[in-house]
Design a protein around this ligand. Sequence first.
Ligand code: PGA
Length: 254
Amino acid sequence: MKNPPEHERTVGSINVIVCADAQSASQKAAELMSNAIRSRPKIVLGLATGGTPVEMYRQLAKMHEHDGLDFSNVTSFNLDEYIGLSADHPQSYRMFMQQKLFDHINIKSENTHVPDGLAADPQQHAKEFEALIVKAGGIDVQLLGVGQNGHIAFNEPGSTADSRARVIELTPATIQSNARFFASADEVPKTAITLGIGTILEAKRIVLLAIGSNKATAIHRALEGKPDISHPASLLQNHDDVTFIVDESAASLL
Ligand code: PGA
């Protein structure tokens, strides 16, 4: 089936691909990721969780099953993890990655990295996690979502452009937004380990996927606002290889 038309433009230094709907935006992101993997089988991917990339991961798993997309030499690092959730907690990001992607492809489990929510010293663990990324040669392609408050990974507003992997306190807005995955807002952890904005900006290429009208303001500020720590996604304007893949709804204020 042919995808509905998409259009591409540049806003400042950022390449923006606007797709007709959520499905075609997910498909576009999966194509971009699969092309990157095929052209560099030993690629190091930075991966994201949340509602947004679920369909994209489903498409990648389908490409593995039907088109031989090979993950056997791929290494991955995830952006963040809730502190206090074990790897097998249903809402941990490790569990998310297993269920949405890793269990459906041939990536080697030892090549997948998600911060450990139960690390005895989370701050030290964050530092070591970042060191592992450096040791792997850095992230080739970093996938991102964006929060309605402009956060990227769990870098909440106020996070600086040179911030590194660390422990962060989640804002009430983020806790509220993520409560939909838990029985109640009370069950959402209040802290997380996140890669920093500085860490993210070191990736060679960054791809941000945003879907839906509830992301329109965040996308507008990220692309057309002045780069500012009050809206972390706007700091991506400081990187020279960023692509936003958005659907018409998320692009509606551009
Ligand atoms: P979402 O989260 O994909 O669930 O909207 C994105 C984010 O908060 O980064």
